[in-house]
Design a protein around this ligand. Structure first.
Ligand SMILES: [Zn+2]
Length: 227
């Protein structure tokens, strides 16, 4: 009987955040840190709602996606696509890397060495790409990867970086749903019942992202109007 009682009590553990020992609330946080986390999530939820609404109402943003040889230090961009908020393709090109494309990444996007053989190098397209995105709000799905690849590929060819305002829709989507984990673009589209399957090629992924943003934004604007 006594043993049963102790089993039902919350365990004393080390808090994931403040490292103090306490009775844990959910997700290995002490009551104080748990409350803080809830407040943060609420704030992030409001921020993401505001952004999706803004993106729906003011369509002055671009969508960008890249495909690459991989996610490592020496990897390079092999395709880039940029569209505007109406879905018009502003730029689309395969890019010839200075290294072979590993099979494991070809399996994802389907881009082969043969396909990029006659494509321009990054150094040839960067001036145009840079001039399109300079000073613009640029939406991406998992922007960290694209931003890093742009930076690395520019560094590889000793090209100047430009300034733009990158926004990660994957992060905003997570905040909007108070999710613990990120979901893929394909999964997000499925969750929102948008009938579009991005092909993991640059402009196709751009279109999927654009449809996702406008669908979510449109719904939020509509909800707000009803209140
Ligand atoms: Zn704590």
């Amino acid at each position: 009987m006594k043993q049963n009682q102790t089993q039902n009590e919350p365990k004393i553990q080390r808090c994931k955040r403040c490292k103090k020992r306490a009775r844990m609330e959910e997700v290995n946080l002490c009551p104080i840190c748990y409350e803080k986390k809830c407040k943060e999530m609420e704030k992030e939820f409001e921020q993401s709602k505001q952004l999706f609404r803004k993106w729906y109402l003011k369509r002055d943003w671009l969508v960008l996606d890249t495909e690459s040889t991989g996610g490592g230090r020496e990897d390079e961009i092999i395709e880039i696509g940029i569209t505007d908020a109406t879905g018009t393709i502003l730029f689309e090109s395969l890019v010839k890397p200075s290294q072979p494309i590993p099979k494991r990444t070809t399996d994802i996007h389907g881009i082969t060495d043969e396909m990029v053989q006659d494509a321009p190098a990054w150094s040839e397209i960067w001036p145009e790409v840079g001039s399109i995105i300079q000073g613009k709000t640029v939406l991406m799905y998992a922007s960290d990867a694209d931003i890093m690849m742009i930076r690395r590929t520019c560094k590889k060819y000793q090209l100047p970086l430009i300034s733009y305002d990158p926004r990660c829709v994957m992060k905003m989507y997570k905040q909007l749903h108070r999710d613990e984990r990120f979901v893929s673009l394909t999964r997000a589209l499925g969750q929102k019942e948008i009938e579009y399957t991005p092909s993991h090629r640059a402009t196709s992924d751009c279109e999927g992202l654009r449809l996702l943003v406008l669908s979510i934004g449109g719904q939020l604007v509509e909800e707000e109007a009803q209140v």
